[in-house]
Design a protein around this ligand. Structure first.
Ligand code: FES
Ligand SMILES: [Fe+2]
Length: 431
């Protein structure tokens, strides 16, 4: 989230009415049940509106708590035109601020991550701030005007070890509802006290919506041979009548595995029921615990746990995978032995950062409890395959010959993402 080139400012100087008419005309081209029209991937004004009204107004997942573990630790992010940072105070609480000096505007923290110490100093003219954002020194200048200029805060919330920020003055108030309902699903995986085993940034050469659409369906999962070692390929509406004999046998195996797995989840008192609220609310989300194939333990080449030290206080290795999606920018998998978070941030209209992070128990030791290559193999391969799908789609949809095709039944979550996107732009622009 720091590899961004100079971002485009949202709708610079555009009169709101002109912007509203422009976006309304584009949204009118969209036919529910079909892919998005070409201008949704090529129009710079729409992209600027997305930064302002989607990324600037909703809760965004940026990191897990172990990425900012100790008092004074910070991470910086570039979200559209907004440089921000998240830090941990000495009392353990999290704070987030706009990374824009209140003197003449320089970025204050200029590394992707670091340790701030007790104060933050802008390198340009050495204005100094405490960890609450107050000016505590400003070089040779008279401090009284500076004292009135604390750093501008950014809203930040942690949910079971996942850190979200919101750039809006008044963030959507339904985050607490999501947090209350997701806490029982996520808490047993102990993410707040896990450790980062690996983090990989990929820049996908596609619009952020293609990255998200690609994540919201598994119609393309035949292109993920490594993932299919553990993932059953049954999503959305299942039509047994149209299955081949081999597919039907596979489906029966899946159903038996589901029955066994539900018994294990119930025995471990782990909630597994699907919650799907991907539209009709600002902080839209989805969760479901999924059974895995083979040994059913993890998303590894042999479907066994990659880390002998399980997450949190878990003792049962066979827990399948807890999937969690949050609109607009993230998805996550929580297994018994490790967790994966995926944060996406648009860098430009046609370039998107995907940051993948693998977490294991804080006491797990590489080489003793887990092998890093075995832990990361499946998703490194899957990420590379997805990046290629996204890039090729971006190239295709920019063609004047492109026409939106129909969304399949097993791509229904792509449709739900479109619905949410349409709702949120209309809400933001009062359309
Ligand atoms: S811009 Fe930060 S101290 Fe001058
Ligand atoms: Fe994929």
């Amino acid at each position: 989230m720091n590899a961004s080139p100079t971002p485009i400012r949202p709708a610079p100087g555009a009169p709101p009415d002109a912007l509203r008419r422009h976006v309304a005309a584009l949204l009118a081209q969209y036919r529910p049940g079909f892919a998005l029209p070409g201008p949704f991937f090529s129009d710079e004004t729409l992209y600027a509106a997305e930064l302002e009204y989607i990324f600037g107004r909703h809760w965004l997942f940026v990191a897990s708590e172990p990425e900012i573990p100790e008092g004074g630790d910070y991470r910086t992010y570039q979200i559209g035109p907004w440089p921000i940072f998240v830090l941990r105070r000495d009392d353990g609480s999290l704070a987030a601020f706009h990374n824009t000096c209140r003197h003449r505007g320089s970025r204050i923290l200029q590394q992707p991550s670091g340790i701030a110490g007790a104060t933050l100093q802008c390198p340009y003219h050495r204005w100094t701030y405490d960890l609450d954002g107050r000016v505590v020194g400003c070089g040779d200048m008279d401090e009284s005007p500076a004292a009135q200029r604390p750093l501008k805060p950014v809203h930040v919330r942690a949910l079971a070890g996942l850190i979200f920020v919101c750039l809006a003055d008044e963030p959507p108030d339904d985050f607490e509802d999501m947090a209350r309902r997701m806490q029982p699903y996520l808490a047993p995986h102990g993410i707040a006290h896990a450790k980062i085993a690996r983090q990989v940034d990929i820049i996908e050469h596609g619009n952020w919506k293609i990255t998200i659409e690609n994540n919201r369906e598994c119609f393309h999962c035949a292109g993920h041979p490594e993932l299919l070692c553990s993932l059953f390929h049954f999503f959305g509406k299942i039509d047994v009548e149209r299955m081949s004999a081999a597919e039907r046998a596979n489906y029966q195996r899946y159903q038996q595995a589901c029955a066994t797995q539900q018994g294990i989840w119930n025995g471990a008192r782990l909630p597994w029921q699907r919650i799907e609220e991907l539209h009709g609310r600002a902080t839209a989300f989805r969760t479901e615990r999924l059974v895995l194939d083979g040994a059913g333990e993890s998303m590894t080449p042999d479907t066994r746990v990659a880390s002998r030290r399980l997450l949190g206080a878990l003792t049962e290795p066979r827990l399948g995978t807890l999937h969690f999606h949050t609109q607009p920018n993230a998805w996550y998998h929580f297994l018994s032995d490790h967790a994966l978070t995926f944060a996406t941030i648009p860098l430009e209209r046609g370039r998107t950062l995907v940051r993948s992070t693998w977490l294991v128990h804080a006491d797990a030791v590489e080489g003793r409890d887990y092998d890093l290559d075995n832990l990361t193999k499946v998703w490194n391969a899957t990420n590379a395959q997805d990046a290629a799908f996204v890039e090729e789609t971006q190239r295709g949809v920019l063609s004047p010959a492109y026409e939106p095709g129909p969304i399949a039944a097993n791509e229904y979550m792509v449709q739900l993402f479109h619905t949410w996107y349409d709702e949120r732009l209309r809400a933001g622009l009062a359309l």
